[in-house]
Design a protein around this ligand. Structure first.
Ligand SMILES: Cc1cc2nc3c(=O)[nH]c(=O)nc-3n(C[C@H](O)[C@H](O)[C@H](O)COP(=O)(O)OP(=O)(O)OC[C@H]3O[C@@H](n4cnc5c(N)ncnc54)[C@H](O)[C@@H]3O)c2cc1C
Length: 391
């Protein structure tokens, strides 16, 4: 039986929340171990669209919501990290698009009036025309308006790879995780029989948090899952498009992002309203038929005759709240030695790590342990949904 390891912070779950936190803590001199039961980033993170929101989408409601406020600083923080001058050095991570766009295919003046009246977007949205339009919209038949948002889109696989690199020797593949108590206080975890003690333990396991809490006999915070039914299209004639396409309602009708496939083609990944409630109720074949019709109406000049189609069902994991209202910020519950949370968005990973670091400061936790770690079995990097579903 290997001897007990003592680390400053033991993190469970290597999605963007755990990976970002782990890298930041290590940069600040804390010793860390990050345990992952499956693949790095393979649950929600690699299935996300990679948009680093600044809150503009939420201003579509017209009201200046908390979401618009809290998230407004995230694009700046990510840009700095990508440039190597921020809280993490993410140079080398691929930026898919310098901007995300808002695309109004028809006359939706009412909707957009309230949008532009919102303080969250004022001064940060420019209309684009002609050769400034996203490549997929550059067609003489295109009508409608397009606005450039101060948001960016990152290539999530390269982000995961870089964050894993910054994780150094602390990434541990572990399946069987049991709590270790002393005097009724959680002091560590037994991972596949190896005991690891820590000053603080963080559960950042996404949808896995509920089970981890239950196994430690803890009932709060409660978690909710929000199902989505995404659509993937891959084809030789697709061109890049990163845009929220507006419908009549407060949510984007479709949110399109574009991702590089290994064979050199582009993949369009479709979320937004199409992937929510009605979309979840549809069978994959029905969902593909709806997406084909939508794209045919919106982008009739795009040749989809050779495109391959697939759908992906995935749950978003968040803290439970009444009425399935979306959380405004990253969420962290501080329960003594245990911290549990969900970033609620990829974009909010920096906010999630801020909350953990603040909790450490408030509790006077300093870098202290400097364990020499044994050579851990490292969890593999996740595969993208497009390589899995449309190889
Ligand atoms: C389809 C989709 C599109 C999205 N698009 C965007 C977007 O464009 N922009 C944005 O900001 N956000 C987006 N999001 C939200 C974003 O992806 C998530 O909020 C974020 O990735 C959550 O990160 P996480 O680290 O908390 O969770 P996850 O990525 O789910 O990671 C949790 C990790 O914990 C591991 N784990 C679970 N249980 C255990 C256990 N018992 N022991 C060890 N490890 C365990 C899992 O294997 C997993 O690797 C999207 C989400 C979805 C589903």
């Amino acid at each position: 039986m290997p001897s007990v390891i003592s680390t400053d912070v033991l993190i469970v779950g290597a999605g963007v929340a755990g990976l970002w936190l782990n890298a930041r803590l290590r940069r600040q001199g804390f010793s860390t171990v990050l345990v992952e039961s499956r693949t790095l980033g393979g649950a929600q993170t690699v299935k996300s669209q990679g948009i680093i929101h600044g809150g503009a989408k939420y201003a579509l409601h017209g009201a200046l919501t908390g979401a618009s406020e809290a998230i407004a600083d995230m694009p700046r923080r990510w840009r700095e990290a990508l440039a190597g001058t921020g809280e993490l050095d993410l140079t080398g991570v691929r930026l898919l698009s310098e901007a995300h766009y808002l695309w109004s295919p028809g006359t939706l003046a009412g909707n957009l009036t309230s949008f532009f009246a919102s303080k969250a977007v004022r001064g940060r949205v420019d209309q684009v025309k002609g050769d400034q339009l996203p490549p997929a919209l550059q067609d003489p038949r295109f009508k409608g308006k397009v606005y450039r948002l101060a948001e960016l889109v990152v290539d999530v696989p390269s982000l995961i790879e870089r964050l894993a690199e910054l994780g150094g020797d602390g990434l541990l593949s572990g399946q069987n995780i049991e709590p270790v108590f002393a005097n009724e206080e959680l002091i560590g975890l037994r991972i596949d029989g190896r005991e690891i003690h820590a000053q603080r333990i963080v559960f950042s396991a996404g949808a896995g948090n509920a089970e981890l809490l239950a196994s430690a006999g803890i009932s709060v915070p409660a978690q909710q899952l929000r199902p989505l039914h995404m659509v993937l299209v891959k084809g030789p004639s697709l061109k890049p498009l990163y845009a929220h396409c507006l419908g009549g309602g407060p949510k984007p009708r479709i949110t399109v992002t574009t991702h590089p496939a290994a064979n050199g083609e582009w993949v369009w990944y479709l979320g937004g309203d199409i992937a929510e409630a009605d979309g979840v109720a549809r069978t994959p074949a029905e969902q593909i038929a709806v997406a084909q019709k939508e794209l045919g109406n919106l982008l009739p000049w795009v040749d989809l005759s050779q495109a391959q189609w697939a759908t992906l069902r995935v749950n978003r994991a968040e803290p439970a709240q009444s009425g399935l209202v979306r959380p405004d910020n990253a969420f962290l519950a501080d329960q003594g030695r245990l911290l549990v949370g969900w970033p609620t968005k990829l974009a909010l990973a920096p906010d999630f790590s801020d909350r953990v670091i603040t909790a450490l400061h408030n509790d006077g936790i300093q870098p202290g342990n400097a364990p020499v770690l044994p050579e851990f079995v490292r969890p593999p990097l996740a595969q993208t949904p497009w390589e899995q579903l449309l190889p």
